[in-house]
Design a protein. Structure first.
Length: 125
């Protein structure tokens, strides 16, 4: 099956972040694979008491550009689901899972998402 993850097409422009990409559509199996890959990764961004500020969104965007798969730790447990969904939407990433206080986000690099002939299996294996 020759499907690519995400379309790599700009969704909207934000003055702070520039053009966003459409979030990748992942199957349950793909999310499971990505959660397994993220297990050994440290959290690279910490969402503090202020929540999803522009600085936090910028840090998550930069981390996704560098690593594709990241973990984000949320300080307040009652807001973790909302904050994780806000970060995923603001950065054009897929929310792969929320384990404890930690969200797992995935966004393929634009040049990799546009390469012809790469299937989901090739990208995720």
């Amino acid at each position: 099956m020759e499907n690519k993850i995400g379309s790599g097409q700009p969704v909207a422009d934000s003055p702070e972040q520039g053009p966003r990409l459409e979030p990748p559509r992942l199957t349950g199996k793909q999310r499971k694979i990505l959660r397994g890959r993220a297990h050994q990764l440290p959290a690279v961004v910490l969402v503090g008491q202020q929540g999803t500020t522009p600085a936090v969104i910028r840090a998550v965007d930069e981390a996704l550009a560098a690593h594709e798969l990241i973990k984000v730790r949320c300080r307040r447990p009652e807001d973790k689901r909302r904050w994780a969904e806000e970060l995923a939407a603001a950065t054009g990433a897929a929310l792969c899972g929320l384990i404890g206080h930690t969200a797992i986000l995935y966004r393929p690099r634009p040049q990799e998402a546009e390469q012809a002939g790469r299937s989901k299996r090739e990208i995720l294996e």
